[in-house]
Design a protein around this ligand. Sequence first.
Ligand code: 2HA
Ligand code: ZN
Length: 275
Amino acid sequence: MKKIAILQAPFVQEMRKTTANLYRLGWDERNGGNISYLLKEEEVTPFLNVEEVIRKIPMIFDASELAGFYFIVTGSGKYFKNVTDEPSENLGIVRVAQDGKSLDLLWGLDNFATPTSELPSHFMSHIARRKVDPENRIIMHNHASHLLAMSFTHELDERKFTRTLWKMCTECLVVFPEGIGIIPWMVPGTNEIGKATSEKMKENRLVLWPQHGIYGAGRDMDEVFGLIETAEKAAQVYTYVCAQGGVKQTISDENLQRLAKMFGVEPRAGYLDVF
Ligand code: 2HA
Ligand code: ZN
């Protein structure tokens, strides 16, 4: 059967649009940031012959829980700024091999490029999120500026950090009622940071990497992008509030509780002081 040109695939278009948006927001300078997007086989087969493996790419960890799964990923060392114009150099479509120790490259990552250096954190987070939400398909990492700045000025206590964000914009509690997870500062690209991130992903879709950036998880691009931009907006407002001299009034815990009831969300247990 004749294949449709891969550049017409909706998931390739989404990756191009999203990386361009993220770049314009200033959250993905140079090679900062990475995205992995789980694809269903039936989404891939109209465009690619999945029996044609371009090359095998070894991995430094065991992803056998994802064996046979397809992903479109951003490339290691690649610039989000360049994805729109040069998709096949900067993106790749891969399938996790049966033993979970290598990837079959099916498209892209031209000139021997490799998938994002943060693949351990991405894949371990996919595994963790899919256990709580089998519909989860995207993991996104970027260097959202105000969240990054807040990781220097705000106490790195998950409850306190979450409560500050919730109180900066009325929308926040509704968008991430489970709050935000925070790991210690760690060396990026390692299995260790992957384990720590995925541990937090069991209970959060947002995980802060102090002095580095943010991880988000979601069922689709709108969910994960919306999640990160809502938290980032709250962090931006926090920055302005601090610059304007600090909080004089804010949303009370009782009002956050009323908000949660109205929108049918369950704030993380113990995060609101209401009895
Ligand atoms: O891909 O953002 O964390 C570059 C990074 C590493
Ligand atoms: Zn990063």
